[in-house]
Design a protein around this ligand. Structure first.
Ligand code: FE2
Length: 366
């Protein structure tokens, strides 16, 4: 039997040379042909896991959010040709008739503001996937230094790309979630364990399975906070929570994957204020938040369990971003949690392939 994509990628893991990588890509194409599958549309972005990559800790930097400079009426983002449709009053807007790659700096400032206000923007019909790696990174970098993920698949020479890839032979996401869970929903805010976690985040789709599948769910953490009583809100103010990268690093190490940076733990306010809108949001997530500072273990578990439950029950402040060819989803990781929906069984020849670019923002403040 031909080697699977995952086997090929594992073979690729310790290699960094261009010719070795080319060989792997050719082998993946050959495997696709054997299965009457046209193969990935963008083989350049196939994930590589190089265990030799080692990076120092991320240094603290000054962040001034582009949204602070934006004209609130957004004349450079929203023109007469732009059609917008809100998914819900609290969160999510779809945009057609605007091309991210054509936006001026003023337009990008307005994009940051709009993403902060609406939490999730779904841009349709974008040329973003075809701009090339350098230009894609250049655009995302406007919003902050791009996070380099310690464990996920990336592209040699471009550690800024966080690759999401799933096909019939390669299902790392499902491995991570585990087969012993009744639900595959996994609410999180990306890499919230960093000292300066991400703000305006870009996600673009390269290959998508047939039919309605593989959407991303988003919850407004601003609305989740607002639903709590003033008395309860008062109790939460001033609390801090520990966010940890340890479990993610352990998972990668266990499967023989990279741990490019020593896993860290950070302490962030449990209620966070957005630097542009001034809105307060819950800043905890099941993916990475582990405990409340100063609480005994039972107290911490009790409060976090209540809050995780409260957030995940928020169907009335949750939206679903779907993908079409050319869709780019931009979300503000400071005021949302999200979950993939693993609602499709991968058939031979089908794949989901997407890229995240994750600019880091300010240190969270109350
Ligand atoms: Fe995510």
């Amino acid at each position: 039997m031909a080697p699977s994509v995952s086997e090929l990628q594992e073979q690729a893991a310790p290699t960094t040379t261009a010719s070795a990588r080319e060989g792997i890509i050719e082998a993946i194409k050959k495997e696709a042909n054997l299965q009457a599958d046209k193969g990935p549309s963008y083989p350049f972005y196939l994930p590589t896991f190089n265990n030799d990559e080692k990076w120092p800790p991320i240094e603290i930097f000054e962040h001034s959010d582009p949204g602070l400079r934006a004209d609130p009426s957004k004349p450079n983002l929203l023109s007469a040709n732009t059609k917008t449709r809100d998914f819900s009053p609290y969160i999510g807007t779809e945009l057609r008739g605007v091309q991210i790659s054509q936006l001026s700096p003023a337009g990008l400032d307005e994009l940051a503001l709009f993403a902060a206000e609406r939490k999730v923007l779904v841009f349709r019909d974008q040329d973003f996937k075809d701009l090339g790696a350098d230009r894609q990174i250049e655009i995302a970098k406007y919003f902050g230094p791009i996070h380099r993920h310690p464990t996920s698949g990336n592209v040699p020479g471009y550690p800024e790309f966080h690759i999401v890839y799933r096909d019939a032979n390669h299902d790392r996401f499902r491995e991570y979630i585990g087969d012993d869970r009744a639900s595959r929903t996994s609410w999180h805010s990306d890499v919230s364990y960093e000292k300066q976690p991400p703000g305006t985040t870009f996600f673009f789709i390269l290959d998508q399975p047939e039919g309605a599948a593989g959407d991303t769910l988003f919850i407004s953490q601003v609305e989740a906070y607002k639903r709590l009583s003033p008395e309860f809100q008062k109790r939460l103010e001033g609390l801090k929570a520990v966010h940890s990268a340890v479990a993610q690093a352990e998972f990668s190490a266990k499967r023989g994957g990279p741990v490019r940076r020593e896993p860290i733990e950070s302490t962030h306010p449990l209620v966070r204020k957005h630097p542009v809108t001034g809105e307060k949001a819950l800043y905890i997530n099941q993916g990475f938040t582990r405990s409340i500072v100063g609480f005994k273990r039972e107290e911490s578990e009790y409060l976090l369990r209540f809050l995780f439950d409260h957030i995940s029950k928020g169907a009335d402040f949750t939206v679903r971003a779907s993908y079409e060819k050319g869709t780019v989803v931009v979300w503000d990781n400071r005021v949302t949690v999200h979950s993939a929906t693993v609602d499709w069984d991968v058939k031979q020849g089908e794949r989901r392939h997407a890229i995240r670019l994750t600019p880091q923002a300010e240190q969270p403040t109350e």
